[in-house]
Ligand binder design. Sequence first.
Ligand SMILES: CC(C)(COP(=O)(O)OP(=O)(O)OC[C@H]1O[C@@H](n2cnc3c(N)ncnc32)[C@H](O)[C@@H]1OP(=O)(O)O)[C@@H](O)C(=O)NCCC(=O)NCCS
Length: 191
Amino acid sequence: MYAISLGDDGAELRPLEPWHAEEFLAHLDRGRAFITRYIPFGSQVTDLDTARETLRRYAGMRAADTAHHHGIWQDGKLVGGVLALEFDAAAGTCEVGCWLEPAATGRGLVTRAMRHLVDWAVDERGIHRVEWVAASGNEASIAVARRLGMHRDGVRREAHLHQGVRHDLEVWSLLAPEWRAARARTAHHDH
Ligand SMILES: CC(C)(COP(=O)(O)OP(=O)(O)OC[C@H]1O[C@@H](n2cnc3c(N)ncnc32)[C@H](O)[C@@H]1OP(=O)(O)O)[C@@H](O)C(=O)NCCC(=O)NCCS
């Protein structure tokens, strides 16, 4: 019903709601193996009921103001999303995360979508610190954090047990004044 254009290539950021369950399941069927290499996101979504339940859970977190998720559509097809989680407006902190199905990678969709999400968190919600947490081996994810101008805070050694393997977690962050300063410097930013 409403969407934010991410550029002139048919990519859009839209609300991802429980009624998208069928589309969400089809998207995860195309991307589950790729998406779950380092994170559990989507691994529990295996049929229409679990797809609907997951989207309802996210809708509940949005209502509680503890997480805010959005889907990315490319030419009318759901291909991924971005989300703010551990969202704490009073403390001024949140984490952000993202996922794409493999065919949608390499086009800057997540970087472009994330700029809107961080703008919203910083400008409209008064978030001061935005955190990015990624397994050390997840180079594509870490590249997004770098592309967004984040600072590498450090490593939480072997903090993430995933599919039987203990991964180091890199923690990256950006602070609201840094984001505003970078945005002011970046002529191509569309805000
Ligand atoms: C993390 C993930 C979303 C990154 O996907 P991605 O496509 O590499 O990231 P972006 O959408 O920002 O695209 C960046 C790529 O598009 C290119 N690109 C093209 N146009 C661009 C634009 N306008 N802006 C930025 N990058 C652009 C970049 O050069 C880069 O390509 P490269 O990897 O060849 O250098 C993806 O790997 C994924 O879904 N992984 C599985 C889930 C996951 O691990 N999520 C993160 C958990 S911490």
